[in-house]
Design a protein around this ligand. Structure first.
Ligand code: RIB
Ligand code: CA
Length: 313
């Protein structure tokens, strides 16, 4: 398998950082080629997520991977961040050395479009934060859809939510942007909470990571405390590496199972804002199947692969 060219758009928070580390490890194995990374507001302010993404690729020994700045607020609603999961700094208090790489000034949407055209339609877009940058790119460059092979998101949920009972965080933060992505016409893989909460890391697996001294394992150890306390809620200590799912899907699709579905986003609801309304289990369908909704995965194999990747970086 030749390396797949990908672009990762991220609101670098804790699980984003883990996903970036995994992607860089896959690049080292020549299974992925990270063409570019772009930062978006979400888990934290964009200025913070931009620095976090730069510092993570630097920590992984790849300060040469370009990180581009992106949107500082959602398209129509006000930004509401997630310090309750990721801490005020977005990385759960983990202290990373500052990258010395030159700061890119080309905006995310311009750089994404440029690179998508250069890759002649082979670029795969991975969205692991609110989808504001992607939406702006589609607005500014309507033919971007002709130059993306597919879009893989961590976002949404066919059933339930986490930021509200009806909506997953990435979609809730910017529902208008997400709607534009779901309506883009580009083939879309939706790794929502339906699958990301089924590939949790268990205590033994987290111990294995924490007993390793690689940069990625140290980052996992230092950054996940807030999230693990919240996810565990007094029960079993688990960690959901949500954003890793679309990254591993690119290289190991056989780990996952899903259903072609119609999915559209509630943009006007109050208690249902950001719901990804999904038709795979309804009698009457939307009449279009615009997303493959991932519902299951081989949890043990997912964890084994992720642990090996984190140990290698
Ligand atoms: O709901 C989980 C998603 O929201 C992840 O991408 C996490 O990083 C946060 O952005
Ligand atoms: Ca994220």
């Amino acid at each position: 398998m030749s390396s797949v060219p990908v672009w990762i758009d991220t609101d670098t928070g804790v699980d984003d950082a883990i996903a970036l580390m995994a992607a860089i490890a896959l690049q080292r194995q020549k299974k992925l080629e990270i063409v570019g990374i772009s930062a978006v507001c979400g888990n934290a302010e964009q200025a913070r997520t931009f620095e976090n993404a730069r510092n993570v690729v630097n920590l992984a020994g790849r300060p040469d991977i370009p990180v581009y700045p992106g949107a500082s607020k959602p398209i129509m609603v006000e930004l509401q961040t997630a310090a309750y999961v990721h801490g005020e700094d977005g990385l759960g208090g983990a202290a990373l050395p500052a990258s010395g790489a030159p700061k890119e000034t080309e905006m995310a949407w311009d750089a994404l479009y440029r690179c998508a055209r250069e890759r002649k339609g082979e670029l795969e877009l991975i969205l692991i934060g609110p989808e504001t940058n992607a939406a702006i790119a589609f607005q500014k460059y309507p033919d971007l859809r002709d130059y993306l092979k597919r879009i893989l998101i961590m976002g949404g949920a066919a059933i339930g939510g986490n930021r509200t009972p009806a909506a997953e965080f990435n979609i809730w933060v910017d529902p208008h942007a997400a709607q534009m992505v779901f309506k883009s016409g580009v083939p879309l893989i939706m790794c929502g909470l339906d699958v990301t909460t089924r590939v949790e890391l268990n205590p033994a697996e987290m111990d294995e990571i924490e007993n390793c001294d690689s940069a990625a394992c140290r980052l996992f150890r230092e950054s996940t405390k807030i999230a693990r306390n919240m996810y565990s809620r007094g029960g079993e200590d688990v960690y959901y590496a949500h954003d890793v799912c679309p990254v591993l899907y690119v290289v190991y699709p056989e780990l996952f199972s899903g259903v072609e579905s119609g999915v559209f986003v509630e943009t006007r609801g109050t208690i249902t804002r950001g719901q990804t309304v999904t038709d795979y289990d309804t009698d009457v369908k939307f009449g279009v199947k615009n997303a493959r909704v991932i519902l299951g995965a081989d949890r043990q194999r997912f964890a084994e692969i992720l642990i090996d990747l984190l140990k290698s970086i």
